[in-house]
Write a protein that binds this ligand. Structure first.
Ligand code: NI
Length: 507
């Protein structure tokens, strides 16, 4: 019963978070992560210092990890290209621990429903234009021993503004429970003690800028001030207050840290386990009851398809491209492509790729091209040039680390780009000329039919390996295109020597 109550509070807490939060997460994405989410620059995240403000100390930040050793881990990814609004969401799933994926999926669905309720109805976004978008990605806070912590990162764009939100979920692999952020502290007494410690720090750092009534209200409600709470790498407890919650908007988001020694007496047993695994991870996550086989490795000896010698000026070429993965269906797709001896181009997102280095290596070994599709699939026209450049460089580093080769090609999410974006990313921008809308119609026969009836020589076909139905369409697409005399090649083979800064839809 208590577990049910706690989950129920966690779910309500998620809604409270969704309604109340407007985080800018630059500090949270900071130096502790091997692959920082390039979401926002520190300059934009910090309140503007006045002339009398002393130099800012190093920003405190949640510790994050990039585990590449979780047995049975896959990514569940979904995207909508812009009808009725732009949508991208990805979260981890573990075959032997379904509560992880179920909890995160529900949290994202709740947040999406809030976005639609507040912002809808929507007008479809024309291709290439800027429009409303909803984006959900994640970081692991801990992933070791018998605990997992996931930080869901939400970004919504509407009108002229991007708003970041956040929600944290903890998982106890020993009991199978999903736990709310408040589970880190030792009951009401723990909440009260931490609230008073936070009040002291906030008064010392921000004093008269705070709204006293708002501070009292927030600190009296654990679910309000403990929705973004986790540990820094040194064991201090980091708490983030959303914009406007305890002071004027000019204060921005407020992040404070309490020393580990201060909070130690007020942690729950679970909180201490999380703290210990944050400071010194004990080893790979122990998945309790694996119920399925691990992700299979390569099923064939790597024999790179022979497209690299193809001259697409002399023969009729077509390039198949697969976006937004790697995710759950990607392994099956690689098996199909290997069987057909056909190369493809994968435009991967870093948020997924960072956890699947072996899969990236397999793609490269089997002759496929890996292009860059940003870190977390935000519409780049809603970001600063620095943020756009970070989206490129974070994913380039991930691909290079896994395969030894940095990606040459770039595909902007939703095709959205402008002069500033092209100036920030020095790569050929690869769009497409055939769009079977596989994201809208999850039907393999429909997808295959649309590709076959509209593809001409020189085309670039847009597909998504995040959809099982799109992967199931691939055998018919390959067979049909080859029967019509087309040679299937990578995008670089199709285009020859594409030029950085130029936008390509086809050969
Ligand atoms: Ni995409």
């Amino acid at each position: 019963m208590e577990r049910e109550l706690r989950m129920s509070r966690a779910q309500r807490g998620g809604i409270v978070i969704a309604l109340a939060f407007a985080l800018v997460l630059a500090a949270c994405d900071g130096g502790d992560s091997a692959t920082p989410s390039p979401t926002a620059t520190q300059a934009e995240a910090s309140p503007t210092p006045s002339a009398t403000t002393p130099p800012e100390p190093e920003p405190v930040a949640f510790a994050t990890v990039v585990p590449d050793d979780i047995e049975g881990l896959t990514l569940r990814t979904d995207s909508v290209q812009g009808d009725p609004y732009r949508y991208f969401a990805t979260h981890p799933e573990i075959a032997g621990f379904p509560v992880l994926g179920d909890t995160l999926n529900t949290a994202i669905a709740d947040e999406r429903a809030r976005f639609e309720g507040e912002r809808g109805p929507f007008e479809p976004v024309p291709p290439g234009a800027t429009g409303p978008s909803f984006n959900a990605s994640f970081d692991f806070l801990v992933a070791s021993g018998d605990v997992l912590g996931v930080h869901l990162l939400f970004y919504e764009f509407y009108g002229a503004n991007g708003i970041e939100r956040s929600a944290i979920y903890w998982f106890d692999l020993a009991t199978g429970e999903a736990l709310p952020p408040t589970a880190l502290l030792d009951g009401d007494a723990g909440f009260d003690a931490v609230a008073e410690a936070l009040r002291t720090v906030l008064q010392a750092e921000y004093g008269p800028q705070l709204f006293p009534d708002a501070l009292d209200r927030v600190l009296a409600a654990p679910e309000e001030f403990l929705h973004a709470i986790a540990f820094a790498a040194d064991g201090s407890l980091v708490v983030v207050f959303d914009e406007y919650s305890i002071g004027p908007g000019a204060l921005g988001r407020v992040t404070v840290a309490l020393p580990g020694s201060t909070v130690e007496p007020h942690l729950s047993d679970f909180g201490r386990r999380i703290r210990d695994e944050t400071v010194a991870p004990s080893g790979p996550v122990r998945i309790p009851t694996p119920t399925s086989t691990p992700t299979p490795g390569p099923t064939s000896v790597a024999t790179p398809p022979a497209s690299s010698g193809v001259d697409c000026g002399a023969v009729a070429c077509v390039a198949l491209t697969f976006d937004d993965g790697p995710s759950g269906p990607t392994v099956a797709l690689l098996d199909l492509l290997a069987e057909a001896d056909v190369p493809a181009t994968f435009f991967v997102v870093g948020v997924n790729a960072r956890l699947q280095g072996a899969l990236l290596a397999r793609m490269a070994d089997e002759g496929h091209e890996i292009g860059n599709h940003t870190f977390d699939h935000k519409d780049l026209t809603t970001l600063s040039p620095q943020q756009a450049a970070g989206q490129w460089s974070a994913t380039a580093a991930i691909v290079e680390a896994a395969t030894g080769t940095a990606p040459a090609l770039f595909r902007p999410p939703y095709g959205a780009n402008n002069e500033a974006v092209r100036a920030a990313i020095a790569a050929p921008f690869i769009l497409w000329s055939v769009d079977p809308r596989d994201w809208a119609d999850r039907d393999a026969a429909v997808v295959a039919q649309r590709v076959l009836e509209s593809t001409r020589a020189g085309d670039i076909v847009l597909l998504h390996d995040i959809h099982r139905t799109s992967v199931e369409a691939v055998p018919a697409i390959i067979e049909g295109l080859q029967a019509r005399g087309f040679t299937l090649v990578t995008v670089s083979t199709l285009l020859g020597d594409p030029v950085p800064g130029r936008v390509y839809n086809r050969r």
